[in-house]
Design a protein around this ligand. Structure first.
Ligand SMILES: [Zn+2]
Length: 73
């Protein structure tokens, strides 16, 4: 339902999803940057489905720990 709204918050570029490398190049958003001591920065990119999954997880964790019912924006 909020999928489109969530997806608009990210910038999308073609890349490889960290959970679905087998899909090849798909629209992806930057979700994290890993800094490896030997290897420098690594961008972690996620496809639309994974971004939605991550956002759902974030919201669930937030509502569990914060315990308030403020609507997001
Ligand atoms: Zn994915």
């Amino acid at each position: 339902m909020e999928r489109q709204r969530i997806l608009k918050l990210y910038e999308w570029t073609t890349g490889i999803c960290f959970r679905h490398p087998g899909k090849g190049a798909v629209p992806t958003a930057l979700v994290a940057v890993l800094i490896l001591p030997d290897d420098g920065d690594h961008e972690v990119r996620a496809c639309t489905n994974c971004v939605i999954t991550l956002e759902d997880m974030k919201r669930e964790m937030g509502s569990r720990s914060a315990g308030n019912c403020q609507p997001a924006e």
